[in-house]
Structures are given as structure tokens and as C-alpha cells.
Design a protein around this ligand. Structure first.
Ligand SMILES: Cc1cc2nc3c(=O)[nH]c(=O)nc-3n(C[C@H](O)[C@H](O)[C@H](O)COP(=O)(O)O)c2cc1C
Length: 208
């Protein structure tokens, strides 16, 4: 029997054409959102938020900000994944809260926070913004959303083709807290998916 996760991954294609009349049930949507909720993030920071859009009105205003891609208005739901870059600041109150909730002794918590601060200052921030780092975590949830959706026969299209500031404007994002990382459209395919294009597996895997 085929591994059920591989089966779901094989089902998944970046869906360009959704059937606008088919809607995702509440039960399936809840499963997909659970996958987002329990996704891992570096240091367990969970510096994200998921805007679930089903309103045709909102989708219509969002579409031009997303290169006018029809997936936005044809899909049953659109999830906009927001990152919360300010929470990654080692001196933010949230860092204490985040590490404190593990129930470790106070000394261990303090050591953990110091390790986090050191890591962010020496490895992360010299190479990327807090937004980019938080977005990396958001993409893990994106993958889990897509795979869980596929396991339920739901199609998705991950979307980076958008103008960030425009999207933030139409969705009234509080930019003091949030920034848009990535968008995903979800629904049912309107036609068969084309054959998948990939480089041969030997060309991307090296065993050491
Ligand atoms: C982060 C990300 C952003 C993407 N943005 C778009 C997009 O804006 N519009 C689109 O049609 N496809 C988008 N794609 C889909 C890719 O083009 C697609 O995944 C790739 O060509 C491989 O095809 P497959 O997913 O069907 O296997 C995106 C994919 C990823 C992972």
C-alpha cells in the first residue's frame, strides 16, 4: 500500500483553475487549520497568524493585489499567512512568555532565552530580517496546510505572486504587529492537473 502522505503529496499540484461552485466543508477546513496550528516553528515561537477568507467581497478586493490571479476569487477559501516579526526580538516580553510556558526551572528558562538571543544575533539577524526568518516558519505551516488539504482531496495553490503592501492595505493589516508572508488558495480543481515536472531524483539527492 502506498504511504498515505506520499499519496497526498502526489495528489497535490499548484492548482491554477478552481471550481468556483465547490466549497470546502467546515470539518475539512478545521482539519486544515489544525495542521497549521500544530506546525513546528523554530524555538516554538509560533510568530504567525492565519487569516481565513471565504467572503467573495474580500476575495474580490484581494485579487488585483495578487497579480489578478483567478485562484483568489475562484477558490473556496484563501488563507493569508501573516508573520509577527516583532515577536522574534530577543528583548520582547513574548520571548520570556514563550520560553516560560515550557515549565522549566527559572535558571533553565533564562539560559534558553540567552541561547536564543545569541543565536538570533550571531546567526539569524546578520543574514536576514526578522520578517524573513518568521516567514520561513510560516512556510512550514504552508506545507502542512497543503498536504493536509491534499489528504482530504482538496486542491491548493501557494501564492507568492502578490504585492505585499497592497495586500496588507486591502486586508487592513495592523502593520505594527503583522506582515503578510504567503497566501494559499484552497478548493476543488476544475480540471485534471497537468503532468508533474521535476528534475530527476538522482540530480537532487546526494548520500554521504
Ligand atoms: C512559495 C510558493 C509561491 C508560489 N506562488 C505562485 C503563484 O503566485 N501563482 C501560481 O500560479 N503558482 C505559484 N506557485 C506554484 C509553483 O509554480 C509550483 O508549485 C511549481 O511550479 C511546481 O508545480 P506543482 O506544485 O504543481 O508540482 C508557488 C509555489 C510556491 C511554493
Amino acid at each position: 500500500m502506498m504511504n498515505p502522505v506520499i499519496k497526498a503529496l502526489n495528489f497535490r499540484h499548484a492548482c491554477k483553475l478552481f471550481d468556483p461552485d465547490k466549497k470546502i466543508s467546515k470539518k475539512i477546513l478545521d482539519d486544515i487549520l489544525t495542521a497549521a496550528h500544530i506546525s513546528p516553528s523554530s524555538f516554538g515561537l509560533e510568530a504567525w497568524k492565519f487569516l481565513v477568507i471565504s467572503s467573495d467581497e474580500v476575495k474580490k478586493t484581494l485579487r488585483p493585489a495578487c497579480w489578478n490571479q483567478p485562484q483568489i476569487t475562484d477558490a473556496s477559501h484563501v488563507i493569508v499567512i501573516l508573520s509577527k516579526p516583532k515577536l522574534a526580538d530577543p528583548s520582547h516580553e513574548y520571548i520570556k512568555l514563550n520560553f516560560g510556558r515550557r515549565g522549566l526551572p527559572e535558571d533553565a528558562t533564562k539560559a534558553y532565552i540567552a541561547k536564543y538571543k545569541h543565536h538570533m544575533e550571531t546567526e539569524v539577524f546578520p543574514r536576514m530580517s526578522a520578517y524573513a526568518w518568521c516567514s520561513k516558519q510560516c512556510y512550514i505551516s504552508l506545507a502542512n496546510i497543503m498536504t493536509t488539504a491534499a489528504s482530504e482531496g482538496i486542491d491548493t495553490c501557494p501564492i507568492e505572486g502578490f504585492e505585499k503592501e497592497w495586500v496588507e492595505k486591502v486586508l487592513n493589516i495592523d502593520k505594527s504587529l503583522y506582515e503578510v508572508s504567503v497566501v494559499v488558495a484552497l478548493g476543488y480543481r476544475a480540471k485534471e492537473q497537468p503532468p508533474r515536472i521535476r528534475h530527476p531524483i538522482e540530480s537532487i539527492i546526494e548520500y554521504l
